[in-house]
Design a protein around this ligand. Structure first.
Ligand code: FES
Ligand SMILES: [Fe+2]
Length: 390
């Protein structure tokens, strides 16, 4: 009599945790090699500090009186008060608990109740911080940061426009993966018709690794090729449909969308873009944009709408919103779960971009986990550009 074979344990598809960016993990070490987008420049108030959480760690961020942005440790080295409660003096920050003051290099420059000289023994950790295209970036790794800016501004005259950042209740990687998934456009963004120009047929997806990340192609039946840049570790540069209410002005802008991990179950979408309008058209664009903002009235928060879709209160198909594409994207991507289960998926050939990036990411994380030399990433040059392909 044959004995039943014991059930085979399915082999895990990935032998490293692709999704985590917590400190000390391979993913955390990988991410901390790069400049990370942390705040919308326009939203960072002058002269007061704010708390931020990035890759599972807390920090304070502020803009000094010279205009310089600065990220520091979350807690004061004296007795652990939160630094964002403090006062900004020039470009320095003073703790509200006992008045210790720190400069941008982290030196303690004043200790009102201590003997002179003790301050020289004390430092707070500060992080290299800089701005590009309306976003604040910080470097959380060891040693010297890589070249800044981490990606070039799109060439050609135009208006830089930043869309307000949004928090999405899911891991950053499923959003970055979605940016490699051009096929979703024809379905997820069908309601509202924003992407109709590139949704008339389904492209064949291919991708190749580059020294700065991954180039992805979407080839259509008529031979047109849409080319999209995926900058390591978490940004996509792509042509997107005109923003809500701005249709007919300036064509399709180039957008750089960055998915910053807040922690493993939350990420923040940063979006900066260049709208190709010049001269009188640029003025008209700014005027129209300002009018729209004035008349915008109360817009429902994106997550309120998404939650109504998830609970069945709203029909996905019927939703309309000034940031409809973002509502739609977050509904499906965060709807995969806080951390998508990659062990049970059935990947198809249309997932070629996702498969290619996971292969790169898994290789890098494995090298880091084994203590071996991982890739040295380059900063992309201005000549590498996306192609509309429609
Ligand atoms: S805890 Fe910051 S000065 Fe005492
Ligand atoms: Fe989308």
């Amino acid at each position: 009599m044959n004995e039943m074979a014991p059930p085979q344990k399915a082999r895990a598809r990935y032998d490293v945790d692709l999704a985590t960016t917590m400190p000390g993990t391979p993913g955390g070490v990988f991410m901390r090699q790069f400049w990370i987008a942390v705040y919308d420049s326009a939203a960072l108030p002058d002269g007061r500090a704010m708390p931020i959480r990035i890759m599972g760690e807390d920090f304070a961020i502020y803009r000094g009186h010279s205009g310089r942005p600065q990220v520091t440790a979350y807690r004061c080295p004296h007795r652990g008060a939160q630094m964002h409660l403090g006062w900004i003096e020039g470009d320095d920050i003073r703790c509200v608990y006992h008045g210790w003051k720190f400069d941008c290099e982290g030196k303690c420059v004043d200790q009102p109740a201590e003997d002179p000289g003790y301050n020289e023994k004390v430092r707070i950790r500060t992080y290299p911080t800089a701005e590009h295209m309306g976003l604040v970036f910080a470097y959380f790794g060891e040693g010297e940061p890589p070249h800044f800016p981490p990606f070039p501004e799109p060439q050609g005259e135009g208006v830089i426009e930043v869309r307000p950042s949004t928090e999405a209740p899911c891991n950053y990687l499923q959003c970055f993966e979605n940016s490699m998934d051009e096929v979703h456009v024809a379905f997820t963004h069908a309601p509202g018709g924003s992407h109709a120009r590139i949704a008339h047929d389904l492209p064949v997806i291919t991708a190749e690794e580059t020294d700065w990340g991954m180039m992805r192609y979407g080839t259509r039946k008529d031979g047109q090729v849409r080319q999209t840049l995926h900058y390591a570790p978490n940004a996509v540069r792509v042509f997107v449909p005109p923003f809500f209410g701005m249709e007919g002005v300036g064509g399709w802008p180039e957008m750089i969308l960055i998915f910053t991990p807040v922690d493993d179950e939350t990420c923040r979408w940063f979006a900066t873009s260049k709208v190709f309008v010049t001269g009188a058209d640029a003025d008209a664009y700014r005027t129209k944009r300002a009018e729209m903002q004035k008349n915008a009235g109360a817009v429902r928060p994106i997550m309120d709408v998404v939650n109504d879709i998830w609970s069945g209160k709203l029909v996905y198909e019927d939703v309309r919103h000034p940031m409809l594409a973002r509502v739609q994207d977050i509904a499906v991507q965060a709807g995969q779960g806080r951390i998508a289960n990659r062990e049970t998926e059935f990947l198809g050939k249309s997932d070629a971009g996702i498969v290619a990036w996971r292969r790169i990411l898994a290789r890098e994380l494995r090298l880091i986990a084994d203590g071996r030399q991982s890739k040295t990433w380059a900063t992309p040059g201005p000549e590498v550009v996306p192609v509309m392909g429609a």
